[in-house]
Design a protein around this ligand. Structure first.
Ligand code: GDP
Length: 296
């Protein structure tokens, strides 16, 4: 399961601290040294780790720990709050246009989980009594259109396609028009990925953006790729003005570095967390719950 290594290491550090009647500045420093190592090993961006440790130390030492009855608990609580803050503080909700449909553009590298996450998002919207339409904008990967159609059928959400001979921009534009005509209140545009970020991909995404004026631009990144996911997010964000991140494959044995660094490095909130290949409703990402899970 994700975060296992980090989680058990932190629990170890804090187990020792919790047990102490008195906590000295040296104890805090020692604990922070171990937290720092645990975070680095979990593949958290080094600058993020540095800032994080500095913040926790500042708050912990300022608290005059000796006066507290449960100083160890106080330190754990500070770490919990800072971890939560690091991941964005609170859940950031999906945008809702006051002029429906709300348009959601899904972007990301090939294999990150865009198509799967599009269907999961549609399923979440269905659960909330919305009427989504999915648009098959990936005309390059041979099975992508079919994959979205199969998923759409499975969850009962229509999929708009014009095959693979029309440009993605035209597909997106016409799909959006159909959504308006048929009273869909959400539109999810699945787009093509590449193995790496390249100019053609960005140009295409910018063109679709221009044509559909999305309310949300969600970047789908694979948590298993760790710091690479953060680099990808940074590159996309600099060119596309992302509004949020969907972190996929949190069910795998990811060390968690991406989840803990994306927001701090890019400023872009993680809006959803995805687990599993089965199409279940996409789960809104809650930083406070994730922090508690990590700290056990
Ligand atoms: P795309 O190229 O970005 O559209 O990626 P796909 O949606 O086709 O997903 C690529 C592979 O990752 C597929 O085999 C999916 O079943 C799998 N996948 C997607 N999301 C998740 C996830 O959250 N957890 C796991 N374990 N697998 C996932």
């Amino acid at each position: 399961m994700a975060f296992e290594g980090l989680s058990s290491r932190l629990q170890n550090v804090f187990g020792k601290l919790r047990g102490k009647g008195k906590v000295t500045e040296d104890d805090v420093n020692e604990a922070m040294r171990e937290v720092r190592l645990a975070l680095l090993e979990a593949d958290v961006n080094f600058k993020v780790v540095k800032d994080f440790i500095a913040k926790v130390k500042e708050r912990a030492i300022g608290l005059e720990l000796t006066k507290s009855f449960t100083p160890g608990m106080v330190v754990v609580d500070i770490v919990n709050k800072e971890l939560t803050e690091l991941m964005g503080g609170t859940n950031t909700k999906l945008a809702k246009s006051n002029k429906p449909p709300t348009v959601i553009l899904m972007a990301g590298l090939q294999g990150a989980g865009k198509t799967t996450s599009s269907a999961k998002l549609a399923k979440l919207l269905l659960k909330d009594k919305h009427k989504p339409l999915m648009i098959a904008g990936d005309i390059y990967r041979p099975a992508a259109i079919k994959q979205l159609q199969v998923l759409g059928e499975q969850i009962g959400v229509p999929v708009f396609t014009l095959g693979d001979q029309t440009s993605p921009v035209d597909i997106a534009r016409q799909g959006l028009q159909l959504a308006k005509d048929n009273g869909h209140d959400y539109v999810i545009i699945d787009t093509a990925g590449r193995l790496h970020i390249d100019e053609a991909l960005m140009t295409e995404l910018r063109d679709i953006h221009e044509a559909t004026k999305p309310d949300e631009v969600l970047l789908v990144v694979d948590a298993m790729t760790g710091q690479e996911a953060v680099n990808v997010a940074q590159s996309f964000h600099s060119q596309l003005e992302l509004t949020g991140v969907v972190l996929t494959k949190l069910d795998g044995d990811t060390r968690g570095g991406a989840a803990l660094s994306v927001k701090a490095v890019t400023g872009c909130p993680i809006k959803f967390a995805a687990t599993g290949e089965k199409i279940e409703p996409l789960e809104p990402f809650h930083p406070e719950r994730m922090a508690s899970r990590i700290l056990g």
